[in-house]
Ligand binder design. Sequence first.
Ligand code: 4NP
Length: 157
Amino acid sequence: MRNERILMVCLGNICRSPMAEGLLRHHVQRGQLDVEVDSAGTANYHVGEEPDHRAIRCMKENGIDISRLRARQFSVRDFDDFDRIYVMDHSNYQNVMSLAKNDSHKAKVKLLLNEIDELSNAPVPDPWFGDMSDFDAVFNMLDEAAQNIVLRLAASK
Ligand code: 4NP
């Protein structure tokens, strides 16, 4: 299989998308696949910051260290640098699509939870204003979606 490049996108790049990045990388490594994984936020509020401490803690409790990740803002260049761009919710979808320059760019943008149920168009809820139980719920959704991505990539190898 050719090297696949996958970008996870949320609003701040400190809660959902770094968790999604860590989980997808974890499953990619377990499956010994050749996939590059990164994440970004549509906003610039937290550029350069480490993930939210609750996201770090939730991931650490599940054996995955994301403490060294640093937030960056999504850029138009990402449309060319990545094969797939997974967004967490409809607002991320609108923000990313508004930057697309052509149909090839637009075709790369997908709602992440459609990897669990392709017709659901369900969002990954933003846990920023929530508590640890919200981060745990987000973890479970992201984990299932990441596993499905890896299973499909492995099947198409
Ligand atoms: P994320 O969560 O998009 O999952 O990283 C958020 C983080 C920060 C803010 C909003 C959402 N904020 O408004 O600063």
